[in-house]
Ligand binder design. Structure first.
Ligand SMILES: [Zn+2]
Length: 499
């Protein structure tokens, strides 16, 4: 049966004049254009600590998705813990926009008045804020579609914006995408492929670059539970709970306990959320071990405008707690090649928070940096990379309120092996050890008589790289140590003769 399509109502959404005041939302709420103007104004007021960039453009209308970065030296990619705060993944869940715009103004004002905490956050962290992720969906809400949730992808390719359109941006990430809803006119449509949407691609690409240690998505409940923080995860096919649940749940609890409910009584709840389904939160945790939260603000999507200021004020202590928490406790360090000092992307395993069935937690390829938030305690670390010797550390003490630094140098394995080319009668050359070798190796030989022997080592071009003349006092077993730290990796040949 053909559905009724209220096409005219939707066409209003696409033809709204941005200079007009939106009629779908109370003017207490920001429009897309107002967000741009305000971000621009904040950036122009604080150019030394902000950077305003578009991280991508929306799928249908190509609206810029704006991100304000707050940090000292904002134009540099510094080796600092990075946090990502996102509002409005779902178009009608507009309270997140308001919380983040309020937070930005307040944080920058606190910096201006030399507030000590705000100054240290800005110096020590990189804070990325995307107040209106689903910008084109939000413009549909502004135009009167106050229940619109998705973006505006033209699913039925009829060049009209209608009921069949849109992808749920919180079902379009790759982890468990196949479990999502495949029906295009569903409110929860997952999209034609993982990361099919420009909006999810934008956050994916930024996250791959920055490897956020904390991410927060601000939602508001249409169907689900109000005033709650979801943390990762319950995932039965991957061993149940997150292997560092004891860290993540504590952070979720501490954040929730700082956000008073709208009623003024009690604070937000914190619960273990499901995994998969193409969610953003669980993708962040799976890929980067991010402490990734979804906050369901208030008890409805578009709240009474008189309540908005209070909701913003009550949510800010939760954000500021996360900024403080990003200063530790945790374990961090640089992983480098022991010979070249080059940064390495290596698997970094904290034995107490390890599940081999989820994606490897790695150091980043740019700095070689690993960073894991932990509770104070004693930990064991193992760092692995193909073609390198694994390194293990035990009894690492992580103290409260700071990052414990542990640099890890990995020794490359020498994969080639020297070959024996001479086996004279009466001489017996043993396989050198260790082999492959790095700094030095021991070559053992047996001689039947006393006298002198000469051991020579050649590279494959025939160039002699070392030579030993050894007086032999008595027959039997003898050893020579080759100090090979100056030799490049490769195959060497050695030869033993009587001198
Ligand atoms: Zn939502």
């Amino acid at each position: 049966m053909q559905r009724f399509l209220p096409v005219l109502g939707f066409l209003l959404a696409t033809s709204v004049n941005p200079s007009q005041k939106a009629f779908g939302l109370d003017e207490r709420y920001h429009t897309y254009q107002e967000v741009i103007l305000e971000l621009d104004s904040l950036h122009n007021t604080f150019p030394e600590i902000t950077r305003l960039d578009s991280i991508g453009h929306t799928t249908r209308d190509s609206l810029a998705i704006w991100c304000l970065k707050i940090s000292d030296n904002p134009l540099l990619e510094e080796d600092e813990p990075a946090i990502l705060l996102l509002g409005n993944q779902h178009a009608d869940e507009v309270l997140g926009v308001e919380i983040l715009m309020w937070m930005l103004s307040e944080l920058l004002c606190r910096y201006r008045t030399h507030d000590v905490r705000a100054t240290s956050w800005i110096e020590d962290l990189e804070i990325y804020v995307v107040p209106m992720w689903n910008a084109e969906g939000h413009t549909a809400v502004e135009a009167g579609l106050t229940w619109w949730r998705k973006n505006k992808r033209d699913n039925n390719e009829n060049h009209l914006f209608d009921y069949y359109d849109g992808v749920d941006l919180n079902r379009n990430f790759s982890l468990g995408w196949e479990q999502g809803d495949s029906i295009p006119d569903s409110f929860f449509y997952r999209g034609p492929a993982p990361f099919s949407e420009a909006e999810t691609q934008a956050v994916r690409d930024l996250s791959r670059q920055k490897r956020f240690i904390i991410t927060v998505d601000y939602h508001s409940p249409t169907y689900g539970r109000p005033e709650v923080i979801y943390f990762p995860w319950i995932r039965s096919e991957r061993g149940g709970y997150a292997p560092d649940r004891w860290v993540i749940e504590r952070i979720a609890y501490n954040m929730a306990s700082r956000i008073t409910k709208d009623s003024g009584i009690g604070h937000y709840d914190w619960i273990n959320g499901g995994a998969g389904n193409g969610y953003h939160r669980t993708w962040q945790y799976e890929k980067f071990a991010a402490v990734a939260f979804t906050v369901e603000v208030s008890d409805t999507t578009i709240q009474d405008p008189d309540m908005v200021d209070g909701i913003c004020r009550r949510n800010l202590p939760g954000i500021y707690y996360l900024f403080d928490r990003a200063a530790g406790p945790g374990l961090t360090g640089l992983v480098t090649d022991a010979l070249t000092s080059q940064p390495l992307e290596a698997e970094v395993i904290i034995e107490e928070a390890y599940n081999p069935n989820i994606a490897a937690r790695t150091s980043d390829p740019v700095f070689g940096r690993y960073r894991r938030l932990l509770q104070p305690g004693v930990y064991s670390l193992r760092v692995e990379k193909e073609s390198y010797h694994t390194r293990s550390f035990t009894h690492i003490i992580v103290r409260d309120g700071e990052w414990t630094e542990l640099a890890v140098e990995l020794e490359p394995e020498i994969t080639s092996s020297p070959e024996i080319v001479s086996l004279s009668r009466g001489f017996y050359l043993e396989q050198n050890h260790p082999n492959p070798f790095n700094q030095r190796t021991v070559i053992t030989y047996h001689v039947p008589t006393s006298g002198a022997v000469k051991l020579e080592i050649f590279d494959l071009s025939g160039r002699r790289v070392a030579s030993f003349l050894e007086p032999v006092e008595e027959m039997g077993s003898h050893s020579i140590i080759w100090e090979a730290s100056g030799a490049s990796s490769g195959i060497y040949l050695y030869k033993l003769t009587t001198a």
